[in-house]
Write a protein that binds this ligand. Structure first.
Ligand code: FES
Ligand code: FES
Length: 208
C-alpha cells in the first residue's frame, strides 16, 4: 500500500508540534503583557469622619477600612482578618457599629463615621477609653480600638432596647452583667485574651 505521507516521520511531527507550541505560548505571553488589566474608573464619595467631611475619589472596590487607613491616615482602626471575623476594624457609622473591612466606602455617601480618633483625645479620653485604661482592658492593644468603638455603640444599642441572645426581652434596662456584656461583645476577638478586664471596663461604664 502506498504511504499517503511519505515525507512525515514521527520524530519530525513531534519536533514541529513542539515548535508550534513554543511560538503560540510566546505570542500569547506577549499579548498578555501588552494588555494589562484595566483599573476601574475612580468614583467620588463624601464621608464625614469624626465630624470632618472628606470628598474623595476612590477605586469603587476600596473598603471603608482601607479608606480610613490609607486615604485619611486614620490608622487607629486596625486590620486584623480583613474578612469580618475579628472585629478589629469596628467603627461607628450613624450610631451603629460595623466591621469596616466588610463595607465599601462608596456605600457611605453622606454617612457619619466615628473612629477611635474621634471618641477622645489623650488629654480628654472618652469614658470608655478611660475605663479600659483603668481596668487594663488590653495587652498588645491591637484589638482595643475596635473593642472600644464596639463597646460605645453597644451601649447605644442597649439604650435603644435592642435585645441580645442573653436578654431576648431586654427593654431599656441592661443587666450589665458579665454574661450580657460578653454576649454583646462577642464579635470582637482579643487574641491576648484580655476579656475579663474588657468586660470589667465596660461594666463600669454601663453601671455609671
Ligand atoms: Fe474586619 Fe477582622 S479586620 S473583622
Ligand atoms: Fe492584644 Fe486584644 S489586647 S489582641
Amino acid at each position: 500500500m502506498n504511504d499517503p505521507f511519505p515525507s512525515v516521520t514521527r520524530r519530525g511531527l513531534l519536533a514541529s508540534s513542539a515548535a508550534t507550541l513554543a511560538v503560540s505560548t510566546a505570542l500569547s505571553g506577549r499579548a498578555q503583557a501588552a494588555t494589562p488589566p484595566s483599573e476601574p474608573a475612580k468614583m467620588p464619595v463624601t464621608i464625614t469622619v469624626n465630624g470632618k467631611p472628606h470628598a474623595l475619589d476612590l477605586d469603587p472596590r476600596t473598603t471603608l477600612l482601607d479608606t480610613l487607613r490609607e486615604h485619611l491616615q486614620l490608622t487607629g482602626t486596625k486590620k486584623g482578618c480583613d474578612h469580618g471575623q475579628c472585629g478589629a476594624c469596628t467603627v461607628i457609622v450613624n450610631g451603629e457599629r460595623i466591621n469596616s473591612c466588610l463595607t465599601l466606602a462608596l456605600q457611605h455617601e453622606g454617612d457619619e463615621v466615628t473612629t477611635i480618633e474621634g471618641l477622645g483625645t489623650p488629654g480628654k479620653l472618652h469614658p470608655m477609653q478611660d475605663a479600659f485604661v483603668k481596668h487594663d482592658g488590653y495587652q498588645c492593644g491591637y484589638c482595643t480600638p475596635g473593642q472600644i468603638c464596639s463597646a460605645v455603640a453597644m451601649m447605644g444599642e442597649v439604650k435603644r432596647g435592642i435585645p441580645s441572645h442573653v436578654s431576648p426581652q431586654l427593654g431599656a434596662a441592661m443587666r450589665a452583667d458579665n454574661m450580657e456584656i460578653r454576649e454583646r461583645m462577642s464579635g470582637n476577638i482579643c487574641r491576648c485574651g484580655a476579656y475579663s478586664n474588657i468586660a470589667e471596663a465596660i461594666a463600669e461604664v454601663a453601671g455609671a
